[in-house]
Design a protein around this ligand. Structure first.
Ligand code: OAD
Length: 262
C-alpha cells in the first residue's frame, strides 16, 4: 500500500464500489497471471523477456515467418483453453451479477477468462476485448471475393488445415484475431471503451503495465472525467500517477477483498 491518504483503503473503496452507479475495470495480462497465462513484460517470466514482439506480434513478423508465428499462437491458444478463471475473474463476475448493468470490463487480454467467469458465475458485465481474441481467426489479406458486391467473402472456417491454414481458392492465409503492434483497435470497441471510461464513478486498473496505448490512456481519461481511479498490481506501473490509490498485491487476492460481500 503506497498511499497514506487513506487510513482504511479497503473499507473506503468497498463503500465506493457499493455506491457507484458505474464501475469500469481496465485489465491487463496480470489479471490472468494466476490462471497460468504468462504476462508480457514481467522480468524473466514475461513473454517479451525472451521473444521479439515485432517478430511474433506484428503483420510484418507474420509475413516474414508465418509458420513460426502461427505455431506460437497455437501454443498460446492451447494454454488459454487449459486455463481456468481465477478468484479475481470470479469476484468481478459475481459483483456484476449482483449489480447488473453496473460493470464494464475493458480488457487488453486476448484470452476469454472474463467471459468464461461470466458464463460460469453470472452475466451482468459488459466486456470489451480491446485487443481481440486469440481464439478466433481472420484472413491475413482482404478476401478477393469481397471486392465483388454480388459475392460474399469466404468464411475463415473454409480454410484448409496448415501452418497457417489457407483458402483453397486463392491461397489467402489465416491469422489470429488479435490486434498486433502497428494496427488500430476496432473503432467501435475503442469508442465504447472511451465512453465507459468517461462515464464511470470508479475505475479499477488491474494487472497492466500501462505501456501500451491507447488502452493505457483510459485510466487518465477516467480520472479527468472525475472517476476514482485505483490501481491493483504486484509491481509499479507506468500509469501509477493517474491513480488516486495504488494497491500492491495480486488480482486474485485483492479483487475478492474489494468486491465480495463480507
Ligand atoms: P504486461 O505484461 O505489460 O504487464 C503485466 C502487468 O501485470 C505488470 O504491471 C505486472 O506487474 C502485473 N502483474 C503480474 N502478475 C500480476 C498479478 N498476479 N496480479 C496483478 N498484477 C500482476 O501486460 P499488459 O499491460 O496487459 O498486446 O500488456 C499490454 C499489451 O501488451 C497486451 O495486451 C499485449 C502486449 O503486447 C497484445 O496482445 C496486442
Amino acid at each position: 500500500m503506497r498511499d497514506r491518504r487513506y487510513a482504511h483503503p479497503f473499507r473506503d473503496l468497498r463503500a465506493k464500489l457499493r455506491q457507484a452507479a458505474s464501475v469500469c475495470v481496465l485489465s491487463g495480462a496480470g489479471m490472468s497471471a494466476e490462471s497460468g497465462i504468462p504476462t508480457f513484460r514481467d522480468a524473466q517470466t514475461g513473454l517479451w523477456a525472451n521473444l521479439d514482439p515485432m517478430q511474433l506480434a506484428s503483420e510484418a513478423g507474420f509475413r516474414a515467418d508465418p509458420q513460426r508465428v502461427w505455431d506460437w499462437y497455437q501454443m498460446r491458444r492451447d494454454g488459454v483453453r487449459q486455463a481456468e478463471p481465477n478468484a479475481g475473474h470470479v469476484a468481478l463476475a459475481r459483483y456484476a451479477a449482483r449489480h447488473p448493468g453496473r460493470l464494464t470490463i475493458l480488457t487488453q487480454n486476448v484470452d476469454d477468462l472474463h467471459q468464461r467467469a461470466a458464463a460460469q458465475t453470472g452475466e451482468g458485465a459488459r466486456i470489451v476485448a480491446l485487443h481481440g481474441s486469440i481464439l478466433t481467426d481472420r484472413w491475413l489479406d482482404a478476401c478477393p471475393r469481397g471486392e465483388d458486391l454480388m459475392r460474399r467473402p469466404c468464411e475463415p472456417s473454409r480454410a484448409e488445415p496448415g501452418h497457417p491454414p489457407r483458402c483453397p481458392d486463392c491461397g489467402n492465409r489465416l491469422r489470429p484475431g488479435v490486434v498486433w503492434f502497428g494496427e488500430s483497435l476496432d473503432y467501435r470497441d475503442l469508442t465504447a471503451a472511451e465512453e465507459a471510461a468517461s462515464a464511470c464513478d470508479v475505475m479499477l486498473v488491474v494487472g497492466t503495465s500501462g505501456a501500451v496505448w491507447p488502452a493505457a490512456g483510459l485510466a487518465a481519461r477516467a480520472r479527468h472525467a472525475g472517476a476514482h481511479v485505483v490501481i491493483l498490481n504486484t509491481q509499479v506501473s507506468e500509469i501509477d500517477d493517474e491513480a488516486h490509490i495504488v494497491l500492491t498485491g495480486s488480482a486474485a487476492t485483492l479483487l475478492p477483498r474489494l468486491l465480495d460481500p463480507l
